[in-house]
Design a binder for this molecule. Structure first.
Ligand SMILES: [Zn+2]
Length: 432
């Protein structure tokens, strides 16, 4: 042996030394029997117990003297990656390994690694895999990640539903989707996808794919479908004619819809607010190169019919800037704040407008004035609108825009305001 064989530590930092003792199995004092075939992996108790409370408990208990631990539920390749992380704090996550590494992190309570997996998956959310990630998040109780998936679905639900993974999610996650108040899809289309899921679930449970069984597998989720929002003819032909709803429920939807414009409207068994929003844009023209003057912008509006406000469409900065944050406040006619979005961050893209959703959509009473106030943190030039309309048709009513007058003491000369009916920021509203 040369001096170098003994002195491998000299030019290395802690991480590289730990890697060396692991890779060369130096002074190991425990053997882990990993995977179905119980393949041997050597390690050091000291490292395992100092990194995971689960290993700590294992070696504290009756296994203390035993130099072996059986780990059947993790494949050797995955376990070695995990072990490498325990020794060095570093790991290269990939689409292929993240799920199994997450399993290890959760099993051995290595929360820092769980967070890394969570961040990795959050970054990868797209239409193809959002339901897969959502199911992982549900399985491991990662509520923030699940929330991120649901937020992604608000605007991308149609593309996401085209992916096969939708039919594989669990009943609980179907409920999470159906509880959402804002989704860019008609209730009819959403219903058809949910029924497709129910058919797949029947097959998984070896049940015949009848309406009765579909209802059985949907359970309470059926109550979350907004039947009164569907077109009458669709409801009559595609829902009422089948056995999915019972007679009382069908009658309730018909009676509600017949009486909804009367003064004494029937109580509906199902939610009656549409979750399918539309962008109501107020400018005829969008320009570049707005000078950054002030970042606070207000606009007031009234609707001639009851509508639901899901969010606000804002203009984006023209070029990448350090932080792209929007704060939104909605005030009612009494100038009381009725909804707000604190610090909504979004990535820069080539799009001129960006939709910001309220946590909960709010009902807008007819012929009452509401004011939207936005604050942006862009320190670069942004897009802006001109030739604004004071009135925009929306469904069977109109949305009218007014210059905002939030503060009594503020200068009422709107020539000085950067956002008015005619020009400025706040490109539109997200309404249903
Ligand atoms: Zn689930």
């Amino acid at each position: 042996m040369t001096m170098n064989d003994y002195a491998w530590q000299c030019d290395k930092g802690l991480t590289d030394c730990m890697k060396h003792v692991l890779n060369n199995a130096l002074f190991c004092d425990v053997t882990l029997l990993v995977g179905e075939c119980q393949e041997k992996v050597s390690a050091h108790k000291l490292v395992l117990v100092s990194r995971s409370p689960v290993f700590y408990a294992s070696f504290e208990g009756p296994l203390a003297e035993k130099g072996q631990l059986v780990i059947k539920d993790i494949e050797k390749d995955t376990f070695e990656l995990f072990l490498h992380y325990l020794y060095t704090d570093s790991i290269t996550l990939t689409n292929e390994n993240v799920t199994s590494i997450l399993y290890c992190a959760r099993k051995y309570c290595v929360d820092k690694l769980t967070w890394r997996c969570e961040l990795f998956m959050e970054d990868k959310i797209d239409a193809e895999n959002v339901f897969g990630i959502m199911e992982e998040a549900h399985t491991y109780g990662l509520t923030t990640l699940k929330e991120k998936c649901l937020k992604y679905l608000v605007q991308n639900i149609e593309e996401a539903l085209a992916s096969e993974s939708f039919s594989l999610i669990c009943k609980h996650c179907i409920g999470s989707i159906l509880r959402m108040d804002s989704l860019n899809i008609s209730e009819e289309k959403l219903f058809e996808h949910v029924i497709r899921w129910a058919g797949a679930e029947c097959s998984r449970r070896n049940l015949q794919t009848t309406d009765k069984n579909k209802r059985l597998v949907l359970g309470e989720n059926i109550k979350l479908i907004r039947f009164p929002v569907m077109a009458d003819s669709y409801f009559k032909d595609k829902v009422a004619s089948g056995m999915l709803l019972d007679a009382d429920e069908v009658i309730n939807v018909f009676l509600y819809n017949f009486s909804k414009n009367d003064g004494n409207c029937r109580q509906s068994t199902f939610e009656v607010a549409s979750r399918c929003y539309r962008r109501v844009l107020r400018f005829r023209k969008t320009l570049r190169e707005r000078q950054v003057s002030d970042e606070k912008n207000d606009i007031a509006f009234e609707s001639s019919v009851p509508v639901t406000l899901h969010g606000v469409t804002v203009y984006t900065p023209k070029e990448q800037c350090e932080t792209q944050i929007v704060c939104i406040d909605v005030f009612d006619h009494n100038k009381s704040s009725i909804a707000s979005v604190d610090s909504h961050y979004f990535e820069h893209s080539s799009r001129k407008v960006h939709d910001v959703f309220l946590d909960q959509p709010i009902r807008i009473a007819p012929n009452k004035r509401y004011t939207i106030s936005t604050k942006t943190s862009y320190w670069v030039k942004s897009f802006y609108g001109t030739r604004g309309r004071d009135c925009v048709q929306f469904r069977d009513g109109t949305i009218s825009f007014y210059n905002a007058a939030l503060s009594e003491s503020s200068d009422s000369d709107y020539d000085w305001a950067s956002t008015t009916v005619d020009k400025g920021q706040i490109a539109g509203l997200l309404l249903s």
